[in-house]
Design a protein around this ligand. Structure first.
Ligand code: ADP
Ligand code: MG
Length: 980
């Protein structure tokens, strides 16, 4: 059921985008009819024009919807999007995924396929698997497994090319498909830095492979749907690419130009050689272009004037593609019966063809033998071909093939020099070579893939190794550090413990010692007190004994004296002289007396020294006071001097004024004298006048006038005198006042000088006092020195006295012994009591001395112990401090140790986790490498709703003896649709 059909080409024009609008780009495309578009007056006709305002749904309905039904009917399908970058290819193919209005063809197709399946005959079982890859720089990169970067194209047994080793994911719901697409997109994003650039230079291919089986008839169909978002078709110059980018662009353009060449070849009807093998893209799309596939090409155009030339070339491309004819057949897997039937049919056809060949050969022979074959007898090739082709069904022997075959046959008949044998040989050779080529290609690809994988692995491993090594190093370093720390800590701890032990031991010992000592002290003090009490009693006894001995001595003395007297008397009587013992006795007493006297003196001197010292102190304080006073006095004195100077200055000014006043006074007195003189003169004149008057009486008038004159003169004189008097009195008063002032000043001056004198005297006195006191002090210190010297001397004296006393004591003892001996000798009849007493006293003395010695020793020991105790007490806080410090150190070390241990544990754990992770990763990779073998086919059954439990288990009804491993139809669970 093969039928020919043209590639469907629809043209989609996107609206002007905002930047184009802003730049003032014009909309250069016109739509004369519904299926044509004109640019620059040139009209291009397509199957459909999708104007800028059409919805995505409309685009889908026009461009893709029919293909869904075809694919589910066992046909292959392809939808291309062709156009320059940003012309709307991706918008058309994918759109905005998940947006019901803006989603493109792919999501709609996916949803539709499942919807179709859900509504189909329930005897049908579907297996859908999807692949997603991109072609970049003529390398096929698996988008579902990023390790597959260079996949090869192979041909299956039907000579249909396919991407070998490409990941195929079995899917059972639209969601799974969408997830797969998402995964692929994510992988694509991971691999590149600039997605926009990358997507414009790579072709992305999404393949949906639908297999179906009718469980009743066992009829199997399968269809492949390629959804291709091509790279931007623009010329390189437009992007301004350079260097590597230029290479890349050229390469992409190469694959696109290969596509163009293929399309051109197909459009020209030159099917003998279509350069599919020029690029991977064209190889993959071999079936879609001129092969067994329903193909729709969406050519996307930008309407902007800026893109006019690109749009034109795009439209031209579409125009050319439109002429390509595909021959589509259902991909059917036939059952044995079907194959048998086909075989029979083919046999029949073969026989027919044989007869044709025979006829042709007969005609050929006639032609070759030079005979003419009349036109009506000539074999009708076309009719024969049509007759045969009607029955042809299998794709391999489809009309095109037969036409080809016959065409070639006719070609060979019409003068081709190549023999049939050669031709077949060449053909087979060509095929072989192609096969080899494919194999090599695959080998290369697999090797490349392997290399890449190995490289990747190597890199990873290296990285891992480096990381592990680093970690290992770190860990070893850490470990070493920790161990070192540990060791040092251990050592320290050991030391500390040792020290602690020592300390504890020391402490114990010391405390023991202290206790012992305390006990000893207690004991000793007890003993001491006992001894003291005993000593006291002994002392008292001793005193008593002394008293008694003194008393007895006296008595003995008296007796001795009387005895001596008697003896003397006897001596005198006999005639000898025995007065010898007296002076010695007297000497000893005298020494004792002297000693007591000296002691008295000493004590007196001591008291005197003390008084002197106190006096010295008081004198010193007095001196300080006096010096202070002296300072004050000096200050006062200087003040006084100042005032005196001031006063002296004043006095000098005052004396000056006095002098002035004196001179004034003198002047005034002089003037008074002068005036007096004048008065006298005038009197004389008056007298003369009077004499003259007396002489010249006659001239009375004259006289009268003279008298008058005199009176006036007198009055004048009087006035003058009065004035003078007044002046005089004023001056006198002034003088008196000045005198008073002077007196005052003199008085004050005198006072001040007196005060000064007094102060000077005081000062002198104080000075003399001070010198006196210093001399006294010196004297006193000298005295003190002397006293000290004297005291020292006295001490020495004391010592000597003590020594002497000792000797005296000894002497006394000797004397007593001597005396006793003598007494024994001389007075044999003396009673025993005295003897016994003296002996007893000696023993007591011995005892006392012994006790005293003991006491001394004990006190010494006591003192030593007390000192030891104090030392220990002093040392105790220090030791405690040290103990505390060491305890703290131990604690800190312990915590550090703990931390280090924890850190090590953590590190180990991390390391373990890392190792596990790596293992897991390696395992995953291994799993992935095993490829789709691990994939589990999921069956999709019509009547199942998306979201109902997957029909992968259960019992298949009505098919006894069928494999339980195959897809199973759960009739009991599946909800039957009422669609068919
Ligand atoms: P391409 O894949 O060809 O490089 P895109 O599909 O990415 O171009 O489109 C470029 C921009 O133009 C996108 O932002 C897209 O949303 C917008 N666009 C493309 N076609 C249309 C259209 N028909 N309607 C609205 N916007 C569109
Ligand atoms: Mg795009």
């Amino acid at each position: 059921m093969a039928n020919e059909c043209n590639i469907k080409v629809v043209c989609r024009v996107r609206p002007l985008n905002p930047t184009e609008e802003k730049a003032g780009s014009k909309f250069v495309l016109k739509f004369p009819t519904d299926d044509s578009v004109s640019i620059g007056g040139k009209v291009f006709a397509f199957d459909k024009i999708l104007k800028p305002n059409v919805s995505q749904e409309y685009v889908y309905n026009v461009a893709a919807k029919p293909i869904v039904a075809d694919v589910l009917g066992g046909y292959n399908g392809t939808i291309f999007a062709y156009g320059q970058t940003a012309s709307g290819k991706t918008h058309t193919m994918e759109g905005v995924m998940g947006d019901s209005n803006l989603s493109g063809i792919i999501p709609r197709i996916i949803a539709d396929i499942f919807n179709y399946i859900y509504g189909m005959d329930e005897n049908l079982e579907f297996h859908i698997k999807v692949s997603y890859f991109e072609i970049y720089m003529d390398k096929i990169r698996d988008l579902l497994d990023i390790t597959k970067t260079n996949l090869a194209v192979h041909e299956d047994k039907n000579k249909t090319p396919y991407v070998k080793g490409c990941t195929e994911r079995f899917v059972s719901s639209p969601e799974e498909v969408m997830d797969t697409i998402e995964d692929g997109k994510a992988n694509r994003h991971v691999a590149v830095t600039n997605m926009n650039e990358h997507s414009s230079r790579s072709h992305s291919v999404f393949l949906i492979h639908v297999k179906q089986e009718n469980v009743e008839t066992e009829k199997k169909l399968h269809g492949k749907l390629y959804l291709v978002d091509l790279a931007g078709s623009e010329k390189v110059s437009k992007t301004g690419a350079e260097g590597a980018v230029l290479d890349e662009a050229k390469n992409i353009n190469k694959s696109l130009s290969a596509l163009g060449n293929v399309i051109s070849a197909l459009a020209d009807g030159n099917k003998s050689h279509v350069p599919y093998r020029d690029s991977k893209l064209t190889r993959i799309l071999q079936e879609s272009l001129g092969g067994n596939a329903r193909t729709t090409m969406v050519i996307c155009c930008s309407p902007a004037s800026y893109n006019e030339s690109e749009t034109k070339s795009t439209l031209l491309f579409g125009q050319r593609a439109k002429t390509i004819k595909n021959v589509v057949t259902v991909n059917e897997e036939l059952t044995a019966d079907e194959w048998k039937r086909r075989y029979e049919r083919e046999k029949e056809r073969n026989a027919k063809l044989k007869t044709i060949i025979e006829k042709l050969q007969a005609e050929l022979c006639m032609w070759r033998s030079g005979k003419e074959v009349p036109v009506d007898e000539q074999f009708e090739l076309k009719a024969a071909a049509a007759a045969v082709s009607v029955e042809a069904e299998t794709p391999g022997t489809g009309p095109a093939n037969i036409a080809n075959m016959l065409g070639s046959l006719s070609g060979s008949l019409t003068g081709s020099t190549i023999t049939e044998n050669e031709r077949t040989q060449w053909e087979s050779e060509k095929m072989k070579i192609y096969q080899q080529l494919d194999d090599k290609d695959e080998e290369i690809n697999s090797q490349a893939q392997l290399i890449e994988k190995l490289k990747e692995q190597m890199l990873e491993q290296e990285e891992l190794i480096v990381q592990s090594r680093r970690e290992y190093d770190n860990l070893t370093a850490e470990m070493a550090r920790i161990q070192g720390d540990n060791e040092s800590a251990k050592d320290e701890v050991k030391e500390v413990l040792q020290a602690l032990e020592e300390l504890a031991m020391n402490y114990d010992q010391k405390s023991q010692e202290v206790e012992n000592k305390n006990k000893d002290i207690d004991m000793l003090t007890d003993e001491l007190s006992q001894k003291l009490s005993s000593l006291n009693s002994v002392q008292a006894d001793l005193d008593a004994l002394r008293d008694s001995s003194a008393h007895q001595k006296k008595r003995v003395m008296e007796m001795m004296i009387s005895l001596l007297k008697d003896l003397g008397d006897i001596g005198t009587v006999i005639g000898g002289n025995t007065a010898e013992s007296k002076p010695s006795l007297g000497g000893s007493e005298k020494i004792e007396e002297d000693f007591t006297l000296a002691r008295l003196y000493i004590s007196k001197m001591k008291s005197e020294v003390k008084t002197l010292v106190t006096r010295l102190h008081s004198i010193e304080t007095n001196q300080e006071d006096t010096s202070k006073k002296l300072g004050q006095a000096e200050k006062e004195l200087s003040d006084c001097k100042l005032t005196i100077q001031q006063h002296e200055a004043k006095i000098s000014t005052l004396t000056e004024t006095i002098h002035d006043i004196d001179s004034k006074k003198r002047k005034l007195e002089e003037s008074v004298d002068y005036l007096n003189e004048e008065v006298a003169k005038l009197r004389v004149q008056e007298q003369m006048h009077a004499t003259v008057l007396s002489q010249q009486k006659e001239e009375s008038d004259k006289l009268q006038s003279e008298v008058e004159m005199k009176q006036t003169l007198e009055s004048q004189m009087e006035m003058h005198r009065e004035q003078h008097q007044k002046q005089l009195s004023a001056l006198r008063e002034e003088i008196a006042s000045k005198q008073g002032v002077i007196d005052n000043l003199k008085e004050t001056n005198q006072k001040l000088s007196l005060a000064l004198e007094k102060l000077q005297a005081d000062y002198d006195k104080l000075k003399s006092e001070e010198t006196e006191k210093t001399s006294k002090l010196a004297e006193l210190s000298l005295q003190i020195d002397r006293r000290q010297q004297a005291a020292q001397d006295l001490k020495g004296l004391e010592e000597t006295v003590a020594k002497e006393l000792q000797t005296l004591h000894n002497l006394r003892k000797l004397f007593v012994q001597d005396l006793q001996n003598r007494v024994k000798k001389s007075v044999k009849e003396k009673d025993d009591d005295n003897d016994e007493d003296s002996v007893g006293s000696a023993a007591q003395k011995q005892k006392i001395s012994f006790l005293e010695n003991n006491l001394e020793q004990l006190t010494k020991v006591h003192k030593q112990l007390v000192r030891d105790n104090a030392d220990l007490r002093c040392e105790l806080p220090k030791l405690e401090k040290r103990l505390r410090a060491t305890m703290e150190r131990v604690k800190s070390l312990e915590t550090a140790l703990k931390e280090a241990k924890e850190g090590a544990m953590r590190d180990r754990k991390r390391y373990q986790i890392e190792v596990d992770r790596i293992k897991e990763a390696v395992r995953q990779r291994n799993l992935a490498r095993r490829g789709h073998a691990a994939q589990i086919a999921k069956t999709i059954r019509p009547g199942q709703h998306p979201g109902s439990p997957a029909a992968s288990s259960g019992i298949r009804g009505g098919g006894g003896g069928m494999s339980q491993n195959g897809p199973i139809k759960p009739e009991s669970i599946a909800i039957k649709s009422d669609g068919h």
